[in-house]
Design a protein around this ligand. Sequence first.
Ligand code: PEP
Ligand code: MN
Length: 335
Amino acid sequence: MLIELFPGTSFEEIEALIKRFRKMGFHVVRQGSLRLALVTGVDSLVVMDDFKCLPHIANVSPLTSRYKLASRQCREEDTIIDIKGVKIGGKNLLVVAGPCSVESRAQLEACAKVAKETGAQALRGGAYKPRTSPYEFQGMGMEGIHFISEVAKEYGLLSISEVMDIDQAKAASPFIDVLQIGARNVQNYSLLKELGKLPNPILLKRGFATTYQELLMAAEYIMVGGNPNVILCERGIRTFETYTRNTLDLNSVPALQELTHLPIVVDPSHGTGVRSLVPVMARAAVAAGASGILVEMHPDPDKSISDAAQTLSFDTFSKMMGEVNAIHRVMQTFK
Ligand code: PEP
Ligand code: MN
């Protein structure tokens, strides 16, 4: 349920109301200066008329979707997540770049240098790798987490790395700025609930077969757990097409922007799986209005331990950055 307060309601009066609602068992989130969202699992039992009689309350309306805190209805303005001065969401453009897997400190250093020089703000690299075959490289684990944490700090970049379970999330949390939840774990609800308790913003990837609704309800699990900082990531879905690894669904950018206030970034690397297609689809993502892109690159792409076929060279990445920035500048001129 959404509660609008009368203009002029003081800070103390709002705090007292929030306290009162929390005592009643509601999860209360402030959405703007005069707006409170109250969410509960038993919405239907709530008699909204009772709330209208309380002081300072101008209007009460139901939050009708199955996700609530994530909905545009709940919060009209875009959520902007500020991490160490990097603003993520709305018209800002976040560029996340780096290897698929953390392989060595030297590999990360080389990627970080190019990322920084070309204007990217975040360094990615998987230390816990969700590999389809158990015989393939499973990642460097905590050693890799320390490498990405240290190298990102050294270059003034944010660090982003995937975690696959609760123990990994808790272990990586103090070292990594943004925890990534991959396509295979987007509906791992016990993990999502725990992420709600962590201080790190979460980059939540769409699954191979996740609808927009399901993605938003996955985000809701994290948000209602107490963590409002969720970045959604379109990374392609599985279709009958086999030429590309996945089908990058760019419909999701404007569609999700209608449904949610959360930032939406696009991963054209996993979305295509084909190196030659990545820069074009990165450009298309920015033209579609995405708040960022996530791109895999490597000092020697053919030697990438994982996802070599979709990994860009530094030269291709740098050229792509010029193009993407040019499109972003044009986008800024649109309303
Ligand atoms: C990744 O980003 O390296 C990754 C494994 O992505 P996804 O979960 O989208 O497959
Ligand atoms: Mn990858």
